[in-house]
Design a protein around this ligand. Structure first.
Ligand SMILES: CC(C)(COP(=O)(O)OP(=O)(O)OC[C@H]1O[C@@H](n2cnc3c(N)ncnc32)[C@H](O)[C@@H]1O)[C@@H](O)C(=O)NCCC(=O)NCCS
Ligand SMILES: Nc1ncnc2c1ncn2[C@@H]1O[C@H](COP(=O)(O)OP(=O)(O)OP(=O)(O)O)[C@@H](O)[C@H]1O
Length: 242
């Protein structure tokens, strides 16, 4: 098994890229951090409880000092409202990161280890599983990046990011800008990257670039070895305790 990270700025095209790779290459599995985070906010899960507690006990609207209810009537999280607060206020963002990142790491580790096969230790073959960890905060969250042998960064212009983000999420320009500003600057991610896929032209061109870079990354990635599998299992054990 090889583990390749896929990251980049918000709304740069990571999902388009991972879907394209999933559809066109055998033995590819996607571990999607956004999807995992979403499940963490389902009622009953630990991150959900932490977030609900925070808004019930701690958080007051900074202007009106009123209590803010982030739940819908059926008890699920009101994501548009929570999203607005998270990207507007650094302390809410800190809280949500603390509430969700341990959970995301645990679920990521479990998903990755599911694809690890002892037989790949002895012979590398074309059928070796390739796990793509699609995580927007791969560099912001040190432990996430450690899991990956190579990391691909998807980049585009800030103008494209804002345009695609306002259209996709139906956001105002200001809300979209808050989301872009809440992440590590894209230029820093590009500096850290093993590979960069540029998404500044058509989607078709982007997919061709994605093919080229993905094939190179697979060739140059090392196989997830037994020592690493053991370290991950131990880490998973401790993360599960908390
Ligand atoms: C704030 C939440 C409720 C907003 O939900 P919403 O449906 O509007 O957005 P969605 O989950 O689709 O995320 C969209 C994008 O926002 C960016 N983003 C999400 N969380 C964060 C964060 N904490 N900091 C910076 N950017 C973030 C990412 O680029 C992500 O791809 C949600 O993103 C969330 O629970 N975030 C905390 C978990 C997290 O850190 N996720 C990223 C995993 S690496
Ligand atoms: N080259 C392109 N031309 C036009 N639209 C594009 C292009 N690339 C991506 N998009 C659109 O931009 C939006 C964002 O793309 P995508 O969802 O893949 O980004 P992402 O990096 O996964 O976002 P997030 O960080 O929010 O998870 C989507 O609606 C997608 O269809």
């Amino acid at each position: 098994m090889k583990v390749i990270g896929l990251t980049g700025g918000i709304s740069c095209g990571k999902s388009v890229c991972s879907r394209h790779i999933l559809d066109n290459y055998p033995n590819v599995y996607i571990v999607d951090a956004d999807l995992i985070a979403r499940s963490g906010l389902d009622p009953g899960n630990k991150p959900y409880k932490t977030v609900v507690d925070y808004f019930e006990k701690t958080y007051r609207d900074p202007v009106t000092q009123k209590h803010i209810d982030v739940l819908n009537q059926d008890g699920t999280v009101n994501r548009p409202l929570l999203g607005k607060l998270v990207f507007e206020h650094q302390h809410v963002r800190r809280m949500i990161n603390k509430a969700t990142h341990g959970y995301i790491l645990k679920e990521m580790l479990s998903s990755i280890l599911k694809h690890w096969r002892i037989k790949d230790l002895f012979s590398s073959s074309d059928s070796e599983p390739i796990v793509i960890v699609d995580a927007p905060l791969l560099y912001e969250t040190y432990w996430f990046s450690l899991l990956c042998s190579k990391i691909i960064v998807v980049e585009t212009s800030e103008e494209n990011q804002l345009k695609w983000l306002t259209e996709r999420n139906n956001l105002t320009q200001e809300d979209a800008q808050n989301r872009v500003n809440s992440q590590m600057p894209l230029i820093k991610k590009i500096e850290k990257a093993d590979y960069v896929i540029s998404n500044r032209n058509s989607i078709e061109h982007f997919k061709q670039e994605a093919d080229r870079v993905f094939q190179k990354a697979v060739k140059e990635s090392r196989t997830f070895n037994i020592v690493f599998a053991i370290i991950c299992s131990i880490l998973l054990f401790f993360v599960k305790l908390f």
